[in-house]
Design a protein. Structure first.
Length: 312
C-alpha cells in the first residue's frame, strides 16, 4: 500500500497534518483517504498516530488558487480554521512554484479568503495576513437558537454549577465568547471545566467553539475550547471572534490592531468598521500571524488503525 505524504505544520502551537490531494499529487492516489473521518482520527491520535489538532486537505479550487477542507481530530468537519489557512497558504507558496505570489486566494467553508504572504529572501513564509471576511452576528447566521435576526450580546447560559454571559459570533464557524472580569480567574481552568458542556448546549445546533477571555494592558488574553478538538494552544477564528465580541461589548475599538494572546503566542487582529443602522457593524476582520513547518514525512495509515482498535 502506498504511503501518505504529509507535512506537519503549526501556527502558534495549533498543529495540523497538511495533505495535498490535488490531482497528480502523490497523496491523491493513497487509500484510504485522510478525508475519511476514521482515518483522520487515527492520524491525529497523539498516542497511536502522528498527533495533530486536525487534518487540512488541499483540493482543487474552482474559484481560487486552491480549496481547504478541515477535518478535526474527532473526525468531524469544520467550516473554517484560521491558524489552518495560514499553514495551507505557507505550504502552497513554498511547494508549488505556480503559486509563489504575494496573495493567494483559498476557498473555504467560510468563503473565498485572500492570504497575503510575507516571505524571506529564500522563499520561506514567515507570516500570513488573512482577510477573514465579515463576521456573522445574528442567531440565524451563527447559528444560535432563537429569533434568527437577533444578535447574541451578553446572553445568559448555564453550565453545571455556573452561569455565564456570552456573545455569539461566527467567523464561518460558531463561537461563544465569555469575558471574565475577575483578574484572578484561571481562564484555562474555566475553559477546561465548562467548555465541553457549552460546546454541546442545545442553544448551538452545530455545537460551538468556546472562548474564555479577559482584557489585560490593552490586549486580550483568551483560552479556546475548540469544537471537535478540545483545548488548543491557539485558534485563529477564535481570536478573530473574540476581538469582534470585544468591540460589540465596548471593550475594544474597531479599526485598530488588537493583540490577542493565546497560550501558544500572539495574533494581531483588526476589526474593520461597517455601517448597519443603529447597531455596530463590521465589514471584515484581518488576522496576521505565523505558520511554521515542523517536518515532512510519509505514513501508512492502515497499521495505525489496527493499533488504535487494539488499544480500544
Amino acid at each position: 500500500m502506498a504511503a501518505l505524504p504529509f507535512a506537519k505544520v503549526q501556527g502558534l502551537g495549533n498543529d495540523f497534518l497538511v495533505v495535498d490531494l490535488r490531482p497528480g499529487r502523490p497523496a491523491a492516489a493513497v487509500t484510504p483517504s485522510p478525508l475519511d473521518p476514521t482515518v483522520a482520527q487515527v492520524l491525529c491520535d497523539r498516542h497511536f498516530g502522528i498527533g495533530a489538532d486536525g487534518v487540512l486537505a488541499i483540493l482543487p479550487g474552482e474559484r481560487g488558487d486552491a480549496r481547504m477542507r478541515v477535518i478535526n481530530a474527532d473526525g468531524s468537519e469544520a467550516e473554517m480554521c484560521g491558524n489552518g489557512i495560514r499553514c495551507v497558504a505557507k505550504m502552497l507558496y513554498e511547494t508549488d512554484p505556480s503559486l509563489r505570489r504575494p496573495v493567494l486566494r483559498i476557498d473555504t467553508g467560510a468563503g473565498l479568503l485572500e492570504c497575503a504572504i510575507d516571505a524571506d529572501g529564500q522563499g520561506r513564509v514567515r507570516s500570513v495576513a488573512v482577510e477573514m471576511g465579515r463576521p456573522r452576528l445574528t442567531r440565524g447566521e451563527i447559528p444560535v437558537a432563537g429569533p434568527a435576526g437577533e444578535r447574541v450580546l451578553r446572553a445568559p447560559i448555564r453550565c453545571g454549577d455556573r452561569s455565564f454571559a456570552f456573545t455569539g459570533v461566527s467567523m464561518g464557524n460558531p463561537h461563544a465568547i465569555v469575558f471574565v472580569d475577575d483578574a484572578a480567574a484561571d481562564l484555562l481552568a474555566l475553559a477546561t471545566k465548562y467548555g465541553p458542556g457549552i460546546e454541546v448546549d442545545p442553544l448551538f445546533p452545530r455545537r460551538t467553539n468556546v472562548e474564555f477571555a479577559r482584557l489585560r494592558d490593552g490586549a486580550i488574553d483568551v483560552v479556546v475550547w475548540e469544537r471537535g478538538v478540545g483545548i488548543t494552544l491557539a485558534c485563529g477564528t477564535g481570536a478573530c471572534a473574540t476581538a469582534v465580541a470585544a468591540c460589540l461589548e465596548g471593550r475594544a475599538q474597531a479599526g485598530r490592531e488588537i493583540a490577542v494572546n493565546l497560550p501558544g503566542g500572539q495574533l494581531s487582529i483588526t476589526v474593520r468598521s461597517g455601517s448597519d443602522g443603529a447597531e455596530p457593524s463590521y465589514s471584515g476582520v484581518l488576522m496576521r500571524g505565523p505558520a511554521q513547518l515542523v517536518f515532512q514525512a510519509e505514513v501508512d495509515p492502515a497499521p495505525l488503525g489496527h493499533f488504535a482498535k487494539s488499544a480500544g
